[in-house]
Design a protein around this ligand. Structure first.
Ligand code: ATP
Ligand code: MG
Length: 373
């Protein structure tokens, strides 16, 4: 998908803006979508800012699917796209250096832009497609730099998530942080300790999945955030592309992971710790994905590892050219743990290439080693 697809989204968003302005309100696309379009980057979601109150929005979009978010913004579904519509507001107070617990609705766009985090996130577009840039955000986009809207120290103190957002935008967009932002991060980085692990993980994952991940990690380390994020292994992180691989290496204790993620990380860690991952019997224990990630972590030649894996004579027990029932019949024995033992032995012999994975060869081996006279 290329960024020109943004135009399709934009056309839909403009229809939404028109619906709101036809009802007598003002409305603009704001933030990430306009920023990313200007930078010729793919945008996925669209935020709209308006002087219409949530109840007005519900009325205007009464025939659409709407949900109300945590801070009174309304998400409206229009032709399969979700638009987050937020009323112009001024934030009054914050709780735990994060949530704005108190805000008031205001009348002007300019005033609303002042509550936002970074200048690059204040660009707007009106219903005619015209860019509105009250805070000179376009200059920052040109200079590839991140400034806060207003005083950096206060902005980051109000909401510590902004520390990680700053680093995320610098990484993903390949921008610099202004000196003022860097100083404010150093002064407020201790606040990261009380930010929820869910939010930390969310932002970190956007950094770790960026093609500029190395710059992101360098920035996190330069600002000493590894300590406050409780990620002591961040320093040792060699360049690993896979997200689960990165988490497996970081081994974070308090961050939340799904059961599936935990299982993947466990497997990757086990494969990474294998003394001889290239050995056939060891390779056989893992799937190709795990081998690829662990190879990356060990700086092995991935192509060679894929070849080695693909050349294994079998990849799973059911690939053996004999079934348990055949062994039972061949040895005239009862079902029992011995069958598993024999199958394990066969897997080893076949992987070591001591015998071929052919039904007759396997049978001969079984008769020779397991048939009681
Ligand atoms: P992306 O969607 O690519 O993550 P975005 O800039 O659109 O980037 P959102 O989280 O969708 O980010 O938020 C939309 C807009 O709301 C931002 O552009 C910014 O203007 C404002 N915003 C979001 N989070 C904050 C915050 N923590 N503090 C201040 N303003 C914020
Ligand atoms: Mg957005």
């Amino acid at each position: 998908m290329d960024w020109k697809k943004n135009k399709k989204l934009q056309d839909k968003a403009i229809k939404v803006l028109k619906k709101i302005t036809d009802a007598g309100f003002s409305a603009y696309i704001v933030g990430g979508f306009v920023r990313d379009t200007k930078l010729k980057r793919i945008a996925t979601d669209i935020d709209i800012t308006t002087n219409a109150k949530p109840k007005d929005i519900r009325e205007i979009f009464k025939n659409n699917y709407c949900t109300t978010g945590e801070y009174g913004s309304i998400t409206v579904e229009v032709q399969g796209v979700y638009f987050e519509i937020t009323t112009f507001r001024k934030e009054i107070s914050y709780e735990d250096n994060r949530k704005p617990v108190e805000f008031i609705y205001i009348d002007t766009l300019e005033e609303d832009l002042k509550r936002r985090d970074f200048k690059i996130n204040t660009l707007c577009m009106d219903k005619s497609g015209k860019i509105i840039d009250y805070l000179n955000a376009q200059q920052d986009l040109e200079d590839k730099i991140i400034h806060t809207v207003g005083e950096a120290k206060q902005k980051l103190r109000e909401d510590s998530l902004r520390i990680l957002r700053a680093i995320r935008f610098a990484t993903v967009l390949d921008f610099k942080l202004s000196e003022e932002v860097k100083v404010a991060i150093l002064e407020n980085r201790y606040l990261l300790k009380s930010l929820s692990y869910e939010r930390k993980k969310e932002e970190l994952e956007k950094i770790f999945t960026s093609k500029n991940v190395e710059n992101g990690i360098r920035l996190l380390l330069e600002l000493g955030l590894d300590e406050y994020l409780e990620l002591p292994k961040l320093k040792e992180l060699s360049y690993v592309k896979d997200l689960c691989g990165i988490w497996a290496l970081l081994n974070p204790e308090k961050y939340p992971f799904s059961k599936n993620e935990k299982e993947l990380m466990k497997k990757i860690k086990a494969a990474y710790q294998e003394a001889n991952l290239q050995d056939s019997l060891t390779l056989y224990q893992y799937d190709l994905y795990t081998i690829m990630v662990a190879s990356d972590m060990k700086s092995y030649n991935k192509k060679e590892m894929i070849k080695k894996y693909n050349r294994l004579p079998i990849h799973k027990r059911s690939d053996l050219a004999i079934k348990g029932e055949e062994i039972i019949a061949l040895l005239s024995i009862e079902k029992g743990p011995i069958i598993n033992e024999i199958l394990t032995d066969l897997e080893t012999q076949v992987l070591r290439k001591s015998i071929k994975n052919k039904n007759l060869d396997l049978k001969k081996y079984i008769v020779k080693h397991y048939k009681k006279c």
